[in-house]
Ligand binder design. Structure first.
Ligand code: ZN
Length: 220
């Protein structure tokens, strides 16, 4: 983003270098993991797989009759070819990103794979004459299903796919820690005058004593 805007700003000054700057900016923006040709071939393969799935469907199913529910059915069917371990709730490794030993939990399609697949099929549907408003790959039910898969796999695999939302709890915890640490410091200072030799073991008791003292003082 920064480099692209920087190149744009320098264009008027450099004049002749405009085209090359534009080219490099475009290259930076198009830095997706898969090159276009590979994406296109993958999209074609996915589309053919889906058409084949419709052909084998019982009862028979045509593209025109295909709904979001059928798309979800297709995604569930693909799970048997998945390679991503998704722990069941009873597994001791549920929520562990790096389990120390194998387990019998099923392999499924990773959420990221399904999400990308739906994106390709959604595009392929419209490229093959389908109307955007009737695109089953863009159905709300499919979006909800993908979100459920994402949340379920994030919990089962111990891998958060969502942005962090812990700012508030962290702030609260920090405040509590500060409050706790304030008292011991003053108490350690008090204890230092008396013994000193007893070290850390006495710190906690000293803290308690000081708290008691404070409470007593307040009462008096
Ligand atoms: Zn497991």
């Amino acid at each position: 983003m920064d480099s692209a805007s920087g190149a744009g700003a320098s264009d008027p000054n450099s004049g002749g270098e405009g085209p090359s700057a534009t080219r490099s900016a475009a290259a930076a923006e198009g830095s997706s993991p898969a090159p276009p040709s590979r994406y296109e071939s993958q999209k074609r393969r996915d589309w053919n797989t889906f058409l084949q799935y419709l052909k084998n469907h019982k009862p028979p199913l045509t593209l025109a009759r295909c709904s979001g529910a059928h798309v979800i059915e297709f995604l569930k069917y693909l799970d048997q070819f998945g390679k991503t371990k998704v722990h069941i709730t009873g597994c001791p490794y549920f929520g562990h990103p790096n389990p120390p030993a194998p387990c019998a939990c099923p392999l499924k399609q990773a959420w990221g794979s399904l999400d990308a697949l739906i994106g390709r099929l959604r595009a392929a549907y419209e490229e093959n004459g389908g109307r955007p408003e009737s695109n089953p790959f863009g159905a709300r039910a499919v979006r909800i299903y993908l979100r459920e898969v994402r949340e379920g796999q994030a919990k089962a695999r111990g891998i958060p796919y969502e942005k962090k939302k812990r700012k508030r709890p962290n702030a609260t915890a920090a405040t509590v820690v500060e409050n706790v640490s304030v008292a011991p410091v003053s108490q350690v200072a008090d204890a230092g005058g008396g013994g000193g030799g007893e070290g850390s073991a006495s710190t906690s008791s000293a803290a308690q004593t000081a708290t008691t003292t404070t409470a007593t003082t307040t009462t008096v």
